[in-house]
Ligand binder design. Structure first.
Ligand code: ISE
Length: 334
């Protein structure tokens, strides 16, 4: 069976997913496209021989679409996710599921009422080989309990439409989800430290910043978020446990030596750095859709991450520690 996928919001991320689905991933094909700007959707649809839909509602409602992929702007996600769930269609929604937890809660309510897990959230780092190896060692207990995790999340630049809260709910959300998954526990409190700002930023941003998180068992997590470093997409993570530490190694595949010294190529964006993880993630989703099963992060994960981000956004404008508020995990997502 070829899963017929409807793509909502074919911007950079959406087009990258389409390329992967049509070149290296098996079992799926993007057959329909919609976008708030219909001409964009029409161009992409034409390039893949697919159908263009005037609205996302029309795309979701078409019986010739088996599953929906949402790659639009975060604030636009909720209504389309809910429409897909109500139509009984599996939906892969890029992160964040929703920028705030209240909207994610609405999604969970509709999904639970339908009685079937249909929502997968695009937290791709869970599929990255290096993070997976790191988790396997921590889970084995070989080096004891994890005590501290240091993270660095750096981008070369961000566009002018990147708002001040996105440092937390669009960028830091990756570490929020990855830490919940890596440690297998919830984050209960956050704080944001605000160092000297780079001159290479749009005025409205606090850049860089340090997001400090604490888990249920007391693990202390720091995350340097620096989205205008001018040089590379640089992701680092080091877990400090009782009798050892594990760190993601450099992501370069080769090292070159010459008259200018020894150096390696740097990745410049998430598609380069996490290309393999995206392929595994989307392949697993398509396989699960074909089997009628659910895979990947659930709407609970989207909700829990949004709760931590809500607290993080609050901590951006306030001093001190902000507690994370979330409902108890419904049995449905256990
Ligand atoms: C972007 O949306 C991503 O998901 C990238 O991985 C992240 O590094 C960037 O800051 C976000 O804006």
């Amino acid at each position: 069976m070829t899963v017929r996928i409807g793509m909502i919001g074919p911007g950079g991320m959406g087009r990258a997913h389409i390329d992967r689905i049509h070149t290296v991933i098996a079992g799926g094909r993007v057959t329909g496209v919609s976008d708030v700007v219909t001409e964009n959707a029409a161009k992409v649809a034409e390039s893949i021989g697919g159908r263009v839909y005037e609205t996302s509602t029309a795309l979701i409602g078409d019986p010739n679409i088996d599953a929906v992929m949402i790659c639009s702007y975060g604030p636009a996600h909720k209504d389309d996710v809910i429409a897909a769930v109500k139509a009984g269609k599996p939906v892969f929604c890029e992160k964040p599921l929703t920028p705030t937890s209240g909207e994610a809660l609405e999604i969970m309510e509709v999904e639970q009422a339908g009685g079937r897990k249909l929502v997968t959230v695009g937290f791709m780092r869970r599929f990255d080989e290096s993070y997976r190896q790191m988790k396997a060692i921590l889970d084995s207990g070989e080096i004891g309990e994890t005590l501290i995790v240091h993270n660095r999340h750096r981008n070369p630049t961000v566009p002018a439409h990147y708002t001040w809260d996105m440092a937390i709910n669009d960028t830091g959300i990756h570490e929020v989800d990855t830490m919940r998954w890596l440690l297998g526990e919830e984050i209960v409190a956050v704080r944001v430290d605000k160092p000297k700002k780079t001159s290479h930023r749009f005025e409205h941003l606090q850049d860089p910043l340090i997001l400090i998180m604490e888990t249920q068992s007391g693990v202390w997590i720091d995350d340097e978020i620096f989205v205008n470093n001018q040089h590379s997409y640089d992701i680092q993570c080091e877990a400090v446990a009782e009798t050892g530490t594990i760190r993601l190694s450099d992501q370069h595949k080769i090292e070159r030596t010459g008259t200018l010294g020894r150096h390696n190529a740097l990745t410049m964006d998430h598609n380069q750095r996490f290309g393999g993880a995206f392929v595994t993630e989307v392949q697993e989703w398509i396989d699960a859709v074909a089997r009628g099963e659910h895979t990947g992060s659930t709407s609970w994960d989207g909700y829990a991450a949004a709760c931590v981000c809500d607290a993080g956004v609050k901590a951006l404008t306030e001093d001190g520690v902000v507690p994370v508020r979330m409902i108890d995990k419904p049995q449905f997502y256990a």
